[in-house]
Structure formats: structure tokens, C-alpha cells
Design a protein around this ligand. Structure first.
Ligand SMILES: Nc1ncnc2c1ncn2[C@@H]1O[C@H](COP(=O)(O)OP(=O)(O)O)[C@@H](O)[C@H]1O
Ligand SMILES: [Mg+2]
Length: 365
């Protein structure tokens, strides 16, 4: 490389770095990621300091947070800052206690295919991959119940297939539940799981019989629980029962359509589901509710509160996302109304809201 070319390139890099430095400042100020300080010459705005810039791609900024700021404060406004730095998204990861590494992403980090590796890790389920390319894994013992929402064709069923494929081979788990769509239980025909699975909408009574059998078993487990324990021991004889309620609103709809005042099957089904949610966790029951929208008419605030793991695939409005993720940044909830299939938001106990891509299991049956 000639001497002049090298010098020109260096000058261009310096201009680019200066431009980034300036845009960073402006964007942080605009997004409110700043402090106002009074100086002798008047009020000045300070923003997190850019201590290093490595030009890419990928361009990586090292940022020193301001006193009192957390990494999560930066993450919350990342979507507001990114376009002003010429990026579609920022990947923000911690560097020590008060610095952050900010990678400028030219494409959505979730624009990837995530495959499912089987067999699964025992006792754990792979939920998906997050924006920092880390695996999101949940220990089944740590979650109570789960609720999954999303408009039609947003990826709820595919995610559920992935979940069940991981659980099916675990001798400490039985996979059971109710599926009005008639697809979920097909691969389970002839397995030990099939006895507690009901499909289709022809006979709403069959779903009630199943739920009643599960509640009876739950009651028996609780009654037999030794006085010095507050949860049942999970063994192959007394496995964890993962109860999937696929398209729960559809089940309620058919049950209500055949309900009469004398025979209120819809009401009874709702109350059985309520009991599994309220008392099931300690008895080794894990309910997974799947609905298009977690609205109050289908999952009341009591049911919602029992679900510690909350997942939203694409929602129709910002308000729908907020049903399961109260306090989610508005721009994130807005952006989620156009999420591609398989991309979801997740809230879990004691963890920040994250965005992830669920695994895509080809050929579920
Ligand atoms: N994790 C994913 N990655 C890529 N594509 C997906 C993923 N999940 C779903 N899809 C696509 O979206 C379509 C609809 O998904 P599905 O789970 O049936 O939606 P829902 O149950 O919400 O109606 C699937 O057929 C598939 O093409
Ligand atoms: Mg579906």
C-alpha cells in the first residue's frame, strides 16, 4: 500500500470515528441516556463516555457508564440509539463493572436459524438463542407454569414441538394435555405419554375427563406428601407432568358452545385449569398455556400470576405484549408487532426481559 493511500485511509478512519463519537453523543442525549450537570458556564449534558472505537465491520464501541447507570439502562434505549449509529441493533455486553461493549449490528442478531440438539440436557430445556448469541436454558424445577402467546403463525406451535421433543425422552417427565388443533400429540401415539393426551374438538367432554384425572392425581400426590416436605419428590413412578394446553381459547370456545345451565362444561374446564395452576407446582405439575392473546377473558390475572415463565411471539399490539411483560420498553413492544416467526420476548423470575429466537425443529412428527 502506498504511503499516500495509507494516509488517506487513516484520515477517513479518523473522520468515521469522529462522526461516530458525535452521533453517539447526540443519540444518547436524545434517548435520555445522560445526566445534566450544572457548571459555572451553565447546564451541560454528559453522556456515557466512548473510551474506545474499533472500526469494523463489526464496529465495536467501549462505553463507560455514568455514575448510577446500569447496563440495563443502556439496553433499554439501544433501539433508539442504533439507527443514529447506522446500525439496526446494538449488542450490549458487560465489560467489568462499569463498562459496556457495544457492537453495531448491520442485521438483526436473531435473523438466524437455531437448530435443536437432541438429546436435551436432563432436567433443563433449551428455550432458544438470545441477541448475544447465548443459549437460553431453563431448569424445569425453577419455573412454576408457563404461558406462551402470539398471533397465529408466529411460531408458538413450533416452539412447543421443540419443548416436547426435549422432554419426551426424559424418564422423569410425562407430557400430557389438551390439543384442540389435533397436531401436537401425533408423534406420541403408542408411547407412555399418550394415555394423558386428548386431541381434537369433536368431544369437549374428553378434555374435561382428562383434566379431572390430572386434578385427581394432583390431589392424591398432595395428600400423600410427607409432613416434612412442601413439594413432592419426582421419580420415575411419580414423574413431573408437563400439561400442555394448546390453543386454550379454542378449547374454552368449544366447551362453551356445548355448555348448558345444567351442564356447564366450559365452567368446569376453567375451574380444573385454575386448580392445576394454583396447586400443581408443588405436586410436580407444570402447566404450559398457549393462547393467541393472554387477554383477561381467557387467562385472568390470577392465572397469569401463576405463570412465572412468560413468552410472547409476535403480538398484534403493544398492549398485548404488555399483558405478559409489564414495564417492557414501548419501542421494544412496538417493534415486536412485526417480529418474524420464531422470535419472542421472554420474562422469567429475577431476569431482565430478553428477546430470543426459538429452535426450529424440522419434521416434528
Ligand atoms: N423458530 C422458527 N424459526 C423459523 N421459522 C419458524 C420458527 N417457528 C415457526 N416458524 C415458521 O412459522 C410457521 C408458523 O409457525 P407455528 O408454530 O405453526 O405458528 P402458531 O402456532 O403460532 O400459529 C411455521 O410453519 C414455520 O414456517
Ligand atoms: Mg399453532
Amino acid at each position: 500500500m502506498g504511503f499516500l493511500t495509507a494516509r488517506r485511509e487513516r484520515a477517513a478512519d479518523e473522520r468515521e470515528a469522529d462522526a461516530l463519537w458525535w452521533s453517539w453523543r447526540q443519540a444518547c442525549e436524545g434517548a435520555g441516556l445522560c445526566h445534566q450537570v450544572d457548571t459555572v458556564s451553565g447546564a451541560t449534558v454528559v453522556v456515557p463516555q466512548l473510551v474506545d472505537i474499533v472500526l469494523g465491520p463489526p464496529t465495536i464501541l467501549t462505553v463507560k457508564l455514568l455514575p448510577g447507570q446500569l447496563l440495563s439502562d443502556l439496553r433499554r434505549v439501544a433501539l433508539r440509539i442504533a439507527p443514529h449509529l447506522g446500525a439496526v441493533a446494538l449488542r450490549v455486553t458487560p465489560l467489568g463493572q462499569i463498562h459496556a461493549r457495544v457492537e453495531l449490528l448491520a442485521t438483526d442478531p436473531l435473523d438466524v436459524r437455531v437448530d435443536l440438539d437432541l438429546p436435551a440436557r436432563p432436567g433443563q430445556v433449551f428455550i432458544g438463542r438470545d441477541e448475544t448469541a447465548h443459549d437460553v436454558v431453563q431448569s424445569w424445577a425453577d419455573v412454576a407454569h408457563t404461558i406462551v402467546q402470539g398471533v397465529t403463525r408466529s411460531g408458538k406451535s413450533v416452539w412447543t414441538y421443540g419443548l416436547l421433543a426435549q422432554l419426551a425422552a426424559d424418564p422423569l417427565v410425562t407430557v400430557c394435555g389438551s390439543d384442540p388443533t389435533g397436531l401436537l400429540w401425533r408423534p406420541f401415539a403408542g408411547t407412555r405419554h399418550a394415555a394423558l393426551q386428548v386431541s381434537g374438538v369433536d368431544d369437549p367432554g374428553a378434555h374435561e375427563v382428562l383434566l379431572q384425572a390430572l386434578v385427581d392425581d394432583m390431589d392424591a400426590r398432595i395428600a400423600a406428601m410427607p409432613a416434612d416436605r412442601d413439594t413432592v419428590a419426582i421419580t420415575t413412578d411419580q414423574p413431573l407432568r408437563v400439561v400442555v394446553l394448546e390453543e386454550l381459547a379454542a378449547l374454552y370456545r368449544v366447551a362453551d358452545s356445548v355448555s348448558t345451565t345444567k351442564d356447564p362444561v366450559g365452567k368446569r374446564i376453567r375451574s380444573l385449569v385454575g386448580r392445576l395452576l394454583a396447586e400443581g407446582a408443588k405436586a410436580g405439575y407444570r402447566v404450559v398455556i398457549i393462547v393467541q392473546r393472554a387477554e383477561a377473558a381467557i387467562v385472568g390475572s390470577f392465572e397469569r400470576a401463576m405463570c412465572s415463565l412468560r413468552i410472547s411471539f409476535r403480538t398484534d399490539t403493544r398492549a398485548s405484549a404488555e399483558l405478559l411483560h409489564p414495564g417492557a420498553p414501548g419501542e421494544l413492544a412496538d417493534q415486536h408487532t412485526t417480529a418474524r416467526p420464531g422470535i419472542a420476548l421472554m420474562s422469567a423470575p429475577g431476569e431482565e426481559l430478553i428477546r430470543f429466537r426459538g429452535p426450529y425443529l424440522r419434521g416434528y412428527p
